[in-house]
Design a protein around this ligand. Structure first.
Ligand SMILES: [Zn+2]
Length: 454
């Protein structure tokens, strides 16, 4: 090991030098760990651009009157913002994200995608890639990765036929997809009446690992028919689901990168039963949390694949729903998804402390591989996914050796998120504290307040 210095200036490339000491340098504590900034390809920051009436009419793919759409956008924008999302990312050591477009008047078609992307670039404190949203009547956008929400639309989803036709529009292009769907043989209500499971496990046992396997199998066939170049399964939740992708990669004529849902390495159905009931009842998402056995195999297979250089990476699916949207209605769960990007470090530490992951495994899964994936579809201003002079200055500096407790009140303030709540509240045994996050040369100190130092 050698002493050295890393120089960072906003929008300037990284400079790594050995042994230099400048007067304005921040000296790091000896147990601080310095790593490549994390790239999270899957977040929902929920904010949408407000179009002018002319833009609204010109861009197309709209349903409803201009006034209604603008009202919906304002309502959504009042509940969460790009700013809060960026602060949450920085808190977790994340320096760039890929944002989803399931927002009112989202990035459907080339013009709306351009407007949404420039809105996110203008208001983001960190680089943000906006993924175009696929819709049955919207043509592909060359060089971008379309996101298919079809199997999850409005809960009931597009039919396989509608999705197959939509994929054909993206021939030769890349697509990512939501990878679970409702059961074909039974509704959630019927399942509840028949099985009457513990209320905390209703969602997780209905949308079990089989709903992921069924959706992935169908989608991989559709992608083959359509002649895609690449198909990314989002938020893989179980070992068998990851194995299914890795097996298909050997025979499918397109690339099959794999995104592991980061919080599935922490939550499983057994652990949910140890939570306070009111917290466990808002701790659901889609795909649902795995069984303990499916989680164990997910963790082992992810480690094996990353060591064999498979294109596998983490995504948090950070989904900041207001708490009201998550409440059970008529005995059935509300909107799935939780805030979690701000606790990315705590999830990585679960793997390092308990499952033998090395820090290099984490660097590949959380920084190098997702950065290389995202850079195929977005012109970053400098090279990403590497820590060397001349590359984009993206770093996370943290102390892995301290205990961590979730404090909703202080996160509400530091993340500028008035509706903040966390599924990790009350969890003991969490570890790690982010000290600084550097995103494209801007240094952020992560404390009670998250503030810029340069
Ligand atoms: Zn998502």
């Amino acid at each position: 090991m050698a002493a050295g210095e890393i120089a960072c200036a906003p929008n300037e490339p990284l400079v790594v030098s050995l042994g230099q000491k400048t007067s304005d340098s921040v000296k790091l504590p000896t147990d601080a760990h310095i790593a490549l900034g994390r790239f999270d390809p899957h977040v929902h920051f929920r904010e949408a651009v407000i179009p002018s009436k002319e833009q609204y009419e010109e861009c197309g793919y709209a349903s409803g009157s201009y006034e209604d759409v603008v009202n919906n956008i304002k309502k959504a924008n009042g509940l969460y913002s790009i700013r809060s999302g960026c602060l949450a990312a920085l808190h977790g050591g994340v320096t760039a994200v890929g944002a989803m477009g399931n927002t009112p008047w989202g990035p459907v078609g080339e013009k709306r995608h351009k407007l949404t992307q420039s809105h996110y670039s203008k208001h983001g404190d960190i680089p943000i890639v906006v993924w175009p949203r696929m819709e049955p009547d919207a043509p592909s956008i060359a060089g971008h990765e379309g996101k298919d929400f079809g199997s999850t639309f409005g809960g009931s989803g597009l039919t396989g036929k509608a999705r197959a036709d939509m994929y054909k529009l993206w021939r030769g292009q890349a697509v990512s997809y939501h990878n679970d769907q409702a059961r074909s043989d039974e509704t959630l209500q019927d399942f509840k009446d028949r099985e009457n499971p513990d209320q905390r496990l209703l969602h997780h046992q209905y949308f079990n690992g089989d709903t992921v396997l069924a959706c992935q199998k169908e989608t991989m066939e559709i992608a083959k028919e359509a002649g895609l170049s690449s198909l990314l399964a989002r938020h893989i939740s179980t070992g068998p689901a990851l194995q299914q992708i890795a097996d298909a990669a050997k025979e499918m004529p397109y690339k099959l990168p794999a995104e592991i849902g980061l919080d599935y390495v922490y939550w499983n159905q057994e652990r949910l039963l140890t939570q306070k009931k009111e917290i466990a009842l808002i701790n659901y998402r889609r795909p649902a949390h795995p069984t303990k056995a499916d989680q164990q195999s997910l963790i082992e297979l992810t480690r094996d694949l990353v060591r064999s250089d498979y294109a596998v990476f983490f995504g948090t699916d950070h989904a900041p729903h207001p708490i009201e949207a998550k409440a059970f209605k008529d005995g059935l769960p509300g909107s799935p998804g939780t805030r979690n990007i701000e606790h990315s470090l705590q999830f990585y530490l679960e793997l390092v402390e308990n499952y033998g992951y090395s820090w290099f495994d984490i660097d590949k899964l959380a920084s190098i591989n997702p950065a290389k994936h995202m850079a195929q579809f977005f012109e970053f201003s400098l090279e990403v996914g590497t820590m060397q002079s001349g590359a984009m200055a993206n770093l996370t500096i943290f102390n892995p050796n301290v205990e961590y407790t979730v404090k909703e009140g202080s996160l509400k303030t530091s993340l500028e998120d008035p509706y903040y709540h966390s599924a990790l509240i009350g969890e003991s045994g969490l570890r790690g504290k982010t000290l600084f996050t550097v995103s494209n040369g801007t240094v952020w100190e992560i404390g009670e307040k998250i503030s810029k130092l340069n």
